[in-house]
Ligand binder design. Structure first.
Ligand SMILES: [Zn+2]
Ligand SMILES: [Zn+2]
Length: 347
């Protein structure tokens, strides 16, 4: 076992504190990664605070991990010492079910193993990226191409793939009109990616506060959803809407913005069920869908795409002692657009 420095929550109601956690010995198929940067995802906060169910504590969150391989197991073929690598929201899956065999491990029929707070296949509880090192089976480690700095790469492992996968699945590209609802951690990546894919991109945000940012990130249009005129102007005009907002929104009025065969895809997860007016679907053969991260193969494809197009996340790099402040700022939507922890500060 390897004891490593980390930041972890001692309970659902306490701030994260510096501590040490155990990492398993490097097995034949494992790689040891020296973590350089870990992004702060909204899910980290929900999970450590017990919003999504009881957890085992202490819990170190973090599933946007970028670092360098420092040791590999005897059977490892995909990575070598010195490689720049990333780990996202999952660290294992059954590898046998239809979805795993199709390369869609995130939809493993036995449940994928989350990067933190999950029971791994060996029975231990996983601990996340707010730490100096992590041991992960090689198949769930992806390569970060030269050309993307590790700090701006980290958020791609959750926010990037979560938006890339539905954009690809629903055919984002030239000639397609795509709207992104919400310009936060996920939304800002959706705008960058959809623009790089060649689509015409519209941001739908509550206000016009971040309009200048949105246009700089690659959006062609920017509208306030607090203005009813937005819904009249855009009615029936969009091919795809990516909804990144976790709060409840009026899905039926957004569905009315879609063209024939358009799709509204939720990547945010509101706690409450969302009511949908079936007429809003029937009227244009529209779909209301959802999407969760992406498979390992697609995550690699996303990183290669980002390198090719010079894309990374917009980040604010913070030292470890600012993690709790950053949590408050994330909850207040006061971040443009992702906090990333510099793990060299985990002394
Ligand atoms: Zn996340
Ligand atoms: Zn499976």
């Amino acid at each position: 076992m390897l004891s490593v420095n980390a930041y972890a929550a001692p309970s659902a109601s306490e701030d994260l504190v510096p501590t040490t956690i155990e990492r398993r010995d490097v097995g034949p198929h494992d790689v040891l990664i020296e973590i350089k940067y870990a992004g702060i995802c909204h899910s980290d906060i929900h999970t450590v605070r017990g919003d999504w169910g009881p957890q085992a504590y202490p819990l170190a969150p973090g599933h946007e991990i970028a670092g360098i391989v420092t040791e590999v197991g005897s059977e490892v073929t995909r990575h070598k010492v010195g490689d720049r690598v990333g780990v996202g929201c999952m660290v294992n899956s059954c590898r046998e079910c239809a979805n795993c065999l199709a390369g869609e491990e995130q939809y493993c029929l036995k449940g994928n193993v989350g990067t933190y707070g999950a029971v791994d296949r060996d029975g231990t509880i996983t601990q996340g990226g707010y730490s100096t090192h992590v041991v992960v089976t090689e198949d769930f480690v992806v390569r970060i191409p030269e050309g993307i700095d590790l700090d701006v790469a980290a958020p791609l492992l959750c926010a990037g793939i979560t938006t890339y996968s539905p954009l690809r699945h629903w055919g984002a590209g030239p000639g397609k009109k795509i709207a992104v609802v919400g310009l936060g951690g996920l939304g800002h990546m959706a705008v960058k990616l959809a623009h790089a894919m060649g689509a015409e991109v519209t941001v739908l945000s509550q206000s016009l506060k971040k309009m200048e940012d949105g246009l700089n990130l690659g959006a062609n249009h920017y509208y306030a959803t607090s203005d009813p005129a937005t819904f009249e102007k855009l009615a029936g005009s969009l091919d795809l809407i990516i909804n990144t907002v976790s709060a409840s929104i009026d899905i039926s009025s957004y569905l009315q913005l879609l063209k024939l065969d358009g799709a509204l895809v939720n990547v945010g997860a509101p706690a409450e069920p969302l009511p949908v007016n079936a007429f809003a679907l029937i009227g244009g053969r529209r779909s209301f869908a959802g999407s969760a991260i992406g498979g390992i193969r697609e995550t690699q494809e996303m990183l290669d795409f980002c390198a090719e197009h010079g894309l990374g996340a917009e980040v604010e790099v913070i030292p470890a002692e600012k993690i709790n402040d950053a949590y408050e700022r994330v909850l207040a939507s006061d971040v443009r657009y992702r906090f990333v922890i510099d793990t060299s500060t985990f002394a």
